[in-house]
Design a protein around this ligand. Sequence first.
Ligand code: MN
Length: 136
Amino acid sequence: MRISHAPQATAVAPPEWVSGAAWVDEIAAPEGSSRYRVDLVHFAPGARTVWHRHPLGQTLLVTQGTGLVQCRGGEAHIIRAGDSVRIAPDEWHWHGASPTTFMTHLAIEEVAEDGSEAERGSQVTEVEYTAGPFVH
Ligand code: MN
């Protein structure tokens, strides 16, 4: 057993992964034959991931605030605290805060057998981001 007592140091999200300000608290990382990863990710208003995909998909659980999630070819959807999102393997998508609110989610995924975790694509442009349901 290993207890990590709060408060724990938070890490700035890598800029190649997120546009805007976001922080990551690592909850669990692959070790030994275990391949799951769990992160608590905090997005400042307007911050969002780049387009990306996960080899075995991902589950998000919004724990605080309001945000957006979009899969390629679909509309952006509002997500709020208590909502969970299942993203299918290899489905291109992004997730982040709304333009005016913070959003925190748990991100749960499995690393592929070959160790690969995710593939990054392009940034979510302002046009894509503001096409979402918050802007009319
Ligand atoms: Mn994702």
